[in-house]
Design a protein around this ligand. Structure first.
Ligand code: ADP
Ligand code: MG
Length: 647
């Protein structure tokens, strides 16, 4: 008897659903792409319960005939390709014919649609993959798809979904992307309580960017003039001399990139579109990083929206079930084209009169004046040349944990080699409540000094190294204290205590600070508004997706307020972090203390150094900053003796 069985259609669909439908946002993605493929000029998305309860998409596209409306739910039913050859010339967003049956397999779905060739519309109702009802309905034109109770058939999967606001955040991000890629179409996204996005058609990407991101983001961006190149590659397509031939495929790149002084904490602001399809591509990410080399320090990212137009035959979109990864036929050509176009745009940057220095100025030490940019670009490494601080050493690997946080001062990890006392510079084992202690740089591992966790209170400060590290002594030996990290720890402890006692000190701002939020940030803001308030922020809605900050935690320089708030919003919406309330509070406290703490490159009077060392000694974890980095290094008597070869 044969033991191999063909899976029933229903089972196969559920498996496919596992690949295509990961979360509500993936449903929105598939349906949105279908609407765009159907030539819609207007797409309206409504969600309830972060998309878990309801997703409804209405478009004014070409619609489906009665027969097609039923066929659409058969597996591999697609109107978009007919043969295997077509696979290499795909110009639509969909083509696998898997989305609708997959979604219908795991939800309660209602489709209403009408094609121009028919007088009446069709309504199809499916639940858990089973056809429940088909009937004729009056329907103007276009298509409406309603997806309720996603994953109700697979409760285990439903449990894996994140909170409603997290899921809604993903949907907002997604709708934003498509809106950016299609400025000539109108998009609307709303939840029960809120209109998250509503953009009428406009003439170009720049106007769309303005609609979606607001004027403040636009100010941070440089427009990349479109660049067109014919593929020049050592391939049969290119002519013998390596010159691009007339028929060589034409590739066009354009977009927006951030000014050199803009620094983002993560890659969330990098969007890359291939033929208006948002894709994830490591090659392009690399090209972007390369272009910003010498301009942005490691671990900091630009904003980038890159639109690539490329003949369908030059790109394989069939490498990933949800089509978010692609493969280029001439990958290195595309890479270099993107890198060079960005670099060209950066090179052309000159300081302008309205240079937004005050609010968004990067901290001293990391600052790259626009005037320097051209010089910097012309030079090759070293990175950060000309900065006041000595170049920071390459960050040791395995320190990714603290990436989420932005130190508003250069990362000046003490490097043993720079000090003659090399091997003995031993940090205390980092103990931080917030993140796991990072692995310490290898160079320090030889001298794991066992020291008490407390900081002695009899330290005598002698002075500062580069106005950044306090040098102190006591009878135990020589101590180095990172002034920024130490102050951060002090402020962090104080803030956490006051937050617990509900006594966070607040400063009223003379002028409210108006901040425009991106759709996703708006969602996060609403989710954490109460917690922000408890941490000393007084924020009020101020028009569409705009808020006014009227008060902020005390101690904070006012020009840090906006940055801090955006940092908190971005940190709180990060996918990787399944944020508990405690996590969120810890992050907020860490962000506040980081922005309020004294910076490096700042001269301190003796009395201030005294105060800082005492205050640090009084904290719960004086040896690490809230991000888990060491605050204090000690070079004991014994180490000194050894280094001087006295023992
Ligand atoms: P694919 O998009 O890969 O072809 P789908 O399962 O997403 O597969 O959709 C199946 C078919 O249903 C599409 O090929 C298209 O013909 C039709 N269809 C789906 N959504 C729409 C829509 N909003 N408007 C018109 N036709 C649609
Ligand atoms: Mg599709």
């Amino acid at each position: 008897m044969s033991i191999i069985r063909i899976l029933p259609e229903a089972v196969a669909n559920k498996i496919a659903a596992g690949e295509v439908v990961e979360r509500p946002a993936s449903v929105v993605k598939e349906l949105l792409e279908n609407s765009l493929d159907a030539g819609a000029g207007r797409v309206e998305i409504t969600v309830e319960g972060g998309g878990k309860r309801l997703i409804r998409i209405v478009d004014d596209g070409q619609g489906m005939t009665h027969d097609d409306a039923l066929l659409a739910f058969e597996r591999h039913a697609t109107s978009k390709i007919r043969s295997a050859e077509d696979l290499f010339e795909i110009s639509t967003l969909g083509f696998r014919g898997e989305a609708l049956p997959s979604i219908a397999a795991v939800s309660r779905l209602v489709l209403e649609t009408r094609h121009a060739s028919e007088n009446s519309g069709t309504r199809v109702e499916i639940a858990g993959g089973k056809l429940r009802d088909v009937k004729e309905v009056a329907w103007p034109h276009g298509t409406s798809i309603e997806v309720r109770d996603l994953f109700y058939v697979t409760p285990a999967r439903r449990k894996f979904l994140k909170s409603e606001s997290t899921e809604l955040g993903h949907i907002a991000t997604l709708a934003t992307h498509y809106a950016l890629a299609h400025p000539e179409k109108s998009f609307r996204l709303s939840s029960l309580t809120n209109e998250i996005l509503n953009v009428p058609p406009v003439g170009n990407h720049r106007e769309r960017l303005y609609q979606v991101m607001g004027g403040q983001t636009i100010e941070q961006l440089l427009e990349m003039a479109p660049v067109e190149r014919r593929v020049l590659a050592a391939s049969p397509e290119a002519s013998e001399e390596g010159e691009p031939s007339e028929e060589a495929p034409l590739i066009r790149v354009q977009g927006f990139i951030s000014r050199p002084e803009v620094q983002k904490l993560n890659r969330n602001n990098i969007y890359f579109f291939v033929n208006r399809r948002l894709v994830r591509d490591r090659l392009i990410l690399h090209a972007i990083t390369e272009a910003y080399r010498n301009i942005l320090p490691a671990g900091v990212f630009p904003i980038a929206l890159i639109f690539l137009e490329i003949p369908p035959s030059e790109v394989d979109v069939n490498v990933h079930p949800s089509k978010i990864e692609v493969r280029f036929r001439h990958g290195s050509f595309v890479h270099d084209l993107v890198r060079d176009s960005i670099r060209q745009t950066l090179l052309a940057t000159r300081p302008v009169a309205s240079f937004p220095m005050s609010r968004s100025a990067p901290p001293a030490g990391l600052a790259v004046e626009a005037a320097d940019v051209a010089d910097r670009l012309a030079e090759e490494p070293p990175l950060m040349r000309g900065a006041i601080m000595p170049p920071p050493p390459a960050r040791p690997s395995g320190r990714g944990t603290s990436r989420d946080f932005h130190l508003s001062s250069p990362r000046v990890e003490p490097r043993a080699q720079r000090l003659p006392l090399d091997s003995a510079l031993a940090p205390y084992a980092p103990v931080g409540p917030l993140v796991a202690p990072p692995a310490m740089p290898e160079s320090t591992e030889q001298a794991p000094i066992q020291t008490p966790r407390e900081l002695p209170l009899d330290l005598q400060p002698l002075g500062q190294v580069q106005e950044s590290f306090i040098v102190a002594v006591n009878s135990d030996g020589l101590w180095l204290v990172d002034q920024h990290a130490a102050h951060e720890r002090v402020l962090f402890d104080r803030h956490v205590r006051r937050r617990q006692e509900k006594k966070v000190e607040v400063q009223r701002l003379l002028m409210p600070i108006i901040v425009q939020l991106k759709p996703e940030q708006q969602v996060t803001y609403q989710a954490i508004a109460d917690e922000l308030a408890a941490n000393g922020f007084e924020v009020e809605p101020f028009g569409q997706r705009t808020v006014a900050i009227k008060a902020a935690p005390a101690d904070l320089p006012t020009d840090e307020v906006e940055k801090l708030m955006i940092e908190i919003l971005e940190g709180a919406s990060q996918e990787a972090a399944v944020l508990s309330l405690d996590d969120l509070r810890g992050r907020i406290a860490a962000s506040i203390s980081c922005h309020a703490a004294i910076k490096v490159n700042m001269a301190l009077e003796r009395s201030k150094m005294d105060w800082l060392l005492q205050a640090l000694g009084g904290t719960d974890c004086p040896m690490t900053c809230p991000h888990g980095r060491p605050t204090v290094l000690r070079y004991g008597m014994k180490d000194l003796m050894k280094a001087f070869k006295r023992i």
